[in-house]
Each structure stands twice: as C-alpha cells, then as structure tokens.
Design a protein around this ligand. Sequence first.
Ligand code: FAD
Length: 291
Amino acid sequence: MIPPSFDYATPQSLSEAIALLHQHGSEAKVLAGGHSLIPAMRLRFAEPSHLIDISGIAGLSYIRESGGFLRIGAMTREVELEDSELIQSNYRILLDTAKMIADPQVRNLATLGGNLAHGDPANDHPATMLALRAQVEITGQGGKRTVPIDDFFPDFFTTVLEHGEILTEIQIPIPPSNSGGTYLKIERKVGDYAVAAVAAQVSLGADGTFQQVGLGLTNVGPVPIRAVRSEDSLRGQRPDEALYAQAGQLASEDADPGDDLRGSADYKRSLIRELIKRALRRAVDHAQGRS
Ligand code: FAD
C-alpha cells in the first residue's frame, strides 16, 4: 500500500528538529532509518502528517569509549556496528545482535536509536541493551536526560520518550576484563524477527565465579524482558551446567509469550530454556578467552 501524503523536513541541527516536532505537535514523527516507520505507514498503522528526517544532522553517528561508557550515537546504522573494530574486538554481544537483524539492505539504513525508540518487543537490540545494563540519553527542549534501559519500555510498543524528544545516545558501561557475551536467536527464516532470542553478558571474578550477569529476552512478552531471577541464581556461583539449566528454567517461567504464527507459548518457553543454556556457555567461553 502507499502511505497517506505527508510533509517532509530535513533539519540540520538537533534544536531545529526539536523545534519542528513541537511546532507540528503529535502529527509529527522522527524519521531515522525508516525501516520500521515507513512499513507501518504503508500499512496505515501510523499516519503522521509530518516526517522530521534526522539523518542530515551531523554528530549523531559514532561509536567510541569515553568516561567509562561505550557511547553509540542514535543514528549509528547496523552496518556500522558490524564493521566497527571496537565492537568486533570488545563487544561480541553487540556484533552478534547486529548481524542477526533482517538482511544487509535493512542493516545499511536501520539505526540503533530507531530500533530502541520503536518499542517493538520483537526487535533485537532491546534485550541486548538490558543484558548490558545500558542507559539512553534523550534530548528535548529542556535539555538532556538519561534513562536506564530497564525503565525505557513501560508497555507494548511504548517507550518513555515524550513528544518532542529525540533519543540521541546509547551509553553502555564498559565491561571489566574477563567479560563475554552473545546473542542467540531462533528465527523461522533468515532475516525474520525472532521466534525467541536471548542476550547474555557475563563477567567473571578472579576466582572464576560470576560477578555480573545480564540476561535479556526478545519477543516473549509485551515488552523486552530482563531475566532477573536467572541472573540472581548465577551471581557469585562458579559456571556449571546444572546452574545453566536452572537459569534456563527460571527464564522460561518468567517469559510471557503468546501463541501466534511463530509458534505456541509452550514452544517459545522451551526455546528460552535451551537458549539461555547455550548463551551462557558461549558467554563464559568468551569471558575465559576460549573463543
Ligand atoms: P525508523 O523506522 O525511522 O523509526 C522507528 C520509530 O522510532 C519511529 O516511530 C520513529 O519516530 C522513532 N525514532 C527513530 N529514531 C528516533 C530517535 N533517535 N529518537 C526518537 N524517536 C526515534 N529489527 C530487528 O530488531 N530484528 C529484525 O530481525 C528485523 N527484521 C526486519 C526485517 C525487515 C524486512 C524490515 C523492513 C525491518 C526489520 N527490522 C528488524 C526493523 C529494523 O531494524 C528497523 O529499522 C528498526 O527497528 C528501526 O530503526 P530505523 O532507524 O529504521 O527507525
């Protein structure tokens, strides 16, 4: 289908974009990579009368470490995450996530900021950001505010972004040494959204026990889920198969999937049970320098 007609603006600065959003009120929407918004407009799920394209604003696309954080500009494209040497060498979980998103055509344009701002529990980055304990920087007329990712997705397809605000930066605490992570996803065919997926990020102490554990679940509930009970069951313990199985069981109980074309709720819970085990094995291998 063809979307309804709309006006299109290409602001050159953040302040100009924010002013345009306020000027046009709830009829206006930010356009980033367009790979969620344009399909929604074609299906008439979204009918904004004004699109504010933020792709021409300089300084919103970068990947760098500073002040204890990995900082990623909201307009950073998936392909830039994949190609980044810093991500490839130090942030395996992010590399695994970006590679699992759609296909190269989509990844050439889709942005990390858009993936989070869309609030879709089927998107892949939200669970990864939960596992990494990320926070997001949001810019509005009143300046900047920072929101922990745990508070960013209050409801189905909903974020805490207020009208007139733009997500500008994703901030990830730099993991300590002996850390590792991965993202494992089951999809019906290459490029599809997840039937279910698991993000795992772990850090091991000098004695080999789990110090930090982050586990995020994709597409098994109305919002991305952090598997808190599984994380708690691992912290302070030495990695072992029985613990992984227990963590998988707890996460499958905490998941809240529905029956749909991708599978039954029972099937999705069983995927989570298994994926948690596999993801923990792989994350621990990375943390121990074995891969
Ligand atoms: P847009 O589509 O431009 O925007 C999405 C929403 O976020 C809009 O409401 C927009 O107003 C808002 N927004 C965007 N950026 C900002 C910002 N900086 N501040 C405030 N609001 C903002 N995603 C996955 O995770 N996994 C998949 O497997 C997957 N498969 C796909 C397959 C296909 C065929 C397609 C077309 C898309 C797929 N996607 C998938 C979605 C894709 O990753 C999207 O591009 C992404 O979810 C949104 O990013 P975007 O930059 O395109 O945002």
